[in-house]
Structure formats: structure tokens, C-alpha cells
Design a protein around this ligand. Structure first.
Ligand SMILES: *Cc1c(COP(=O)(O)O)cnc(C)c1O
Length: 386
């Protein structure tokens, strides 16, 4: 019997989730809570909120950042702040909130196919999708791999379009020594528990100037600019003090978090480097990485298809996830759109049938990662044995 197969995950062994939030030692959080209890200021631009905005600007290398209670409200508000209407060009290969944010603004999403390698919007196909109604582009830095920001900038300049990046995955990522969040008109972050940096729930908009930040700050607080004046139909998108305090603490641990993720990433890459049918996701060489996800593509050369591998991992208590499957354009709300036709999105359609995200998070133990690798490689061994 093959040694690898015999070493396979015992179904009775612990469950391995696809991700897990990093939680610093609880004792380190207590002093923050005591501060909040003492001040009795729980939300509305509190001290920790102000400190976190400043600390994040520093850490990320950006100038203007406004915190939100979650990334989806930040996306919705970014579109409001720029008064985006009509049609917006976006990717179907993302988390559904990207397109929902357009829908909540009464904007028509126009899906454009993705690039085979980067799995981001295919910039060569954007131009053909522009109509007189197009007002903006909403690309996503999928798996924290930056879009072709230069090409998108040029297109936006040529056609007078706004650009809002969904940077929910791209915390801390740099392109040629510059923050990826500095491109376009705005970038939106998510600090959800599943993301690299988390505040349980949370998010932010990064924008270009102080005036725009003030407008965003007003919009996230119902449109108030002072006690009695409401200048816009704003929303409640405010981050509270507990979230902000947790963010300040989490930020102190980022070096450890990224280092742990990098270790896991390297281990997967070594194990799967020469396995036919497993295509690893390559990141542009001039970009830094945050190791947010570990996507692989299971192609025809692999002994089993993606879904069979997914089921096999499940059976062995490993919760790999098919991000992103289905495509956003396949959900009932959006599948009737002309741009949702699979013939318009062949690359994205194939990617969503092949992609599998393997568990990666700071607390993933080496022996648990080995279990995951063993299950994947056992497919190859079993195939050879036949
Ligand atoms: C997580 C995520 C969002 C939504 O962020 P929330 O903070 O969960 O609301 C939006 N877009 C992408 C690509 C995401 O991964």
C-alpha cells in the first residue's frame, strides 16, 4: 500500500476550515475594553476610530481613509459618493457583494470576461463593453493579485470613466513600492473575519483627498454635517469603538499573520510544484503579497475533476472552498442580463469550474496542512496504481 494513502486524514481527526480569523491573546484586548467602558463613547468617530484611521493610513501607505462597519456598505457608499449611475463594467469572478453594491445603487452591471492567468478583469475586453451609459469600472484585485492598474487608468482617462477598485482581498499589497489602494478614484477594503486583517466585521474606503473623505464621512453618518444639517441621503455605515479597538490590536500582529500565511503558501507551492493538472496562481513579480488565499486550478490532466476533489477533501474534514463558483452572473438576480451570457464569459466560466481555494490561515498547523496535501496527492497515487 502506498505510504501517502495510508497517512491520509482520518475522518475522525479535526475539521479544517478554509480560513479562520486571527485572534490575538484575549488579555491583550482587555485594556482596550476598559478604556471604552471608562470613556463611555462607543461609536461615532470615537478615539479608537480616529486612531485606527491614522494607523491604517500609516500601515497601508495611503493618505485618506474612512472606516466602515463592513466592506459592502463601503462599496455602496463609494458609488454614492461619486454619484455613479447608468452602467458599470465589472467582473463576474468575485464575491457577490461586488455586484450587489451596484444593484443597491440602481446601477446596471455589465460583466466583462477575466484574464486567464491573473483571473482579474481582462483589460483588452473592457473597451468593447463601453456604451454611452457607462460611467465607471468596478474591478476586483482577485486573491490580492493587483489588476492591470496602468491599463485601467488609461482606459478611464480616455473615456472619462471613474474607477472604484474592490480591494477587499488586497490589504497591504504594493505595486512597484506603491500601495495598490492609491490607484483609481477609490479603493474599498473589507475587514471581515475571513480577511487577512479583520475587525470581526468592518471595511474602509480609501480616497484621494480630504474633501472627498469628508463627504464619505458624512454619507456614512446619515448625511449629517453638523447637529441639525443633513446634506445627503446618507446611510449608517459607522464602525464602532470595539471594532476599531480590535483593529488597532490586530494591526500590531500583522507581521506574524503575514509570516504564518507565507509559510503555508510556500509549503503548498513546494508540494504541488510538479503535479500535472494542478495549476498554481502566479502573482505579478513587481507586487508584494499578503497570502490571503491559496487558489489552485484543477485542469483536465488531474486524475479527478475539481468537484470530486472538493468532495474528497470534505470527506476528510477539509473545507476547501470553490471561490468563485458560481459566477455572480449565474445568480438569479443577474443571469438575465445580456452580459451574463456564458458565451460572453468563457474564461470566467471555465475558471469557476476549475478553481479551488485551499485552507490558509495563521493557526493552520503543519501536520494539518500535510493532511490536506496528502488528500490531494492521493488522487495522483491512486491513479498511478491503476
Ligand atoms: C469580503 C468581500 C466583500 C464584502 O465585504 P464585507 O466586509 O463582508 O461586507 C466584497 N468584495 C469582495 C471581493 C470580498 O471578498
Amino acid at each position: 500500500m502506498n505510504t501517502r494513502v495510508s497517512a491520509l486524514a482520518d475522518p475522525k481527526q479535526g475539521f479544517i476550515p478554509v480560513t479562520q480569523p486571527y485572534l490575538p491573546p484575549l488579555a491583550e484586548f482587555t485594556p482596550y475594553l476598559e478604556e471604552i467602558w471608562r470613556r463611555k463613547w462607543v461609536t461615532n468617530n470615537g478615539v479608537f476610530h480616529q486612531q485606527l484611521e491614522e494607523a491604517l493610513c500609516d500601515y497601508l501607505g495611503v493618505e485618506h481613509l474612512s472606516l466602515f462597519s463592513n466592506g459592502t456598505l463601503a462599496l455602496i457608499t463609494a458609488l454614492q459618493a461619486l454619484k455613479i449611475t447608468g452602467e458599470v463594467i465589472t467582473t463576474p469572478f468575485s464575491f457577490v457583494a461586488t455586484t450587489h453594491a451596484l444593484h443597491w445603487n440602481g446601477i446596471k452591471p455589465v460583466f466583462v470576461d477575466i484574464d486567464q492567468t491573473s483571473m482579474n478583469l481582462d483589460v483588452t475586453k473592457i473597451e468593447a463593453a463601453i456604451t454611452p451609459q457607462t460611467t465607471a469600472i468596478l474591478p476586483v484585485h482577485v486573491y490580492a493579485n493587483p489588476c492591470d492598474v496602468g491599463a485601467i487608468d488609461t482606459l478611464a482617462d480616455t473615456y472619462g470613466l471613474r474607477v472604484i477598485y474592490d480591494a477587499a482581498h488586497a490589504f497591504g499589497v504594493r505595486v512597484r513600492e506603491r500601495s495598490v489602494l492609491e490607484f483609481g478614484d477609490m479603493s474599498v477594503l473589507s475587514f471581515h473575519g475571513t480577511k487577512v486583517f479583520n475587525t470581526f466585521e468592518g471595511g474602509a474606503i480609501v480616497c484621494r483627498d480630504a474633501k472627498t473623505k469628508r463627504r464619505i464621512d458624512n454619507l456614512k453618518n446619515f448625511g449629517f454635517i453638523d447637529e441639525t444639517t443633513v446634506v445627503a441621503p446618507g446611510i449608517n455605515g459607522k464602525m464602532n469603538e470595539v471594532q476599531a479597538a480590535f483593529g488597532l490590536l490586530q494591526l500590531q500582529h500583522m507581521e506574524h499573520v503575514i509570516a504564518q500565511r507565507a509559510r503555508i503558501d510556500a509549503c503548498y507551492r513546494e508540494a504541488f510544484a510538479n503535479v500535472p493538472g494542478i495549476v498554481l496562481h502566479e502573482v505579478a513579480p513587481d507586487c508584494s503579497r499578503n497570502f490571503a488565499y491559496f487558489p489552485v486550478r484543477i485542469t483536465r490532466e488531474f486524475p479527478v475533476d475539481r468537484d470530486s476533489l472538493y468532495e474528497k477533501l470534505r470527506k476528510h474534514q477539509v473545507a476547501a472552498r470553490r471561490y468563485f463558483f458560481p459566477l455572480i452572473s449565474e445568480f438569479p438576480t443577474y443571469r438575465g442580463l445580456p452580459s451574463s451570457a456564458p458565451s460572453n464569459l468563457p474564461v470566467a466560466t471555465e475558471a469557476s469550474r476549475q478553481v479551488l481555494c485551499l485552507p490558509i490561515y495563521p493557526g493552520l498547523e503543519a501536520h494539518d496542512q500535510q493532511r490536506i496535501i496528502d488528500v490531494v496527492l492521493s488522487c495522483v497515487d491512486e491513479d498511478r496504481a491503476h
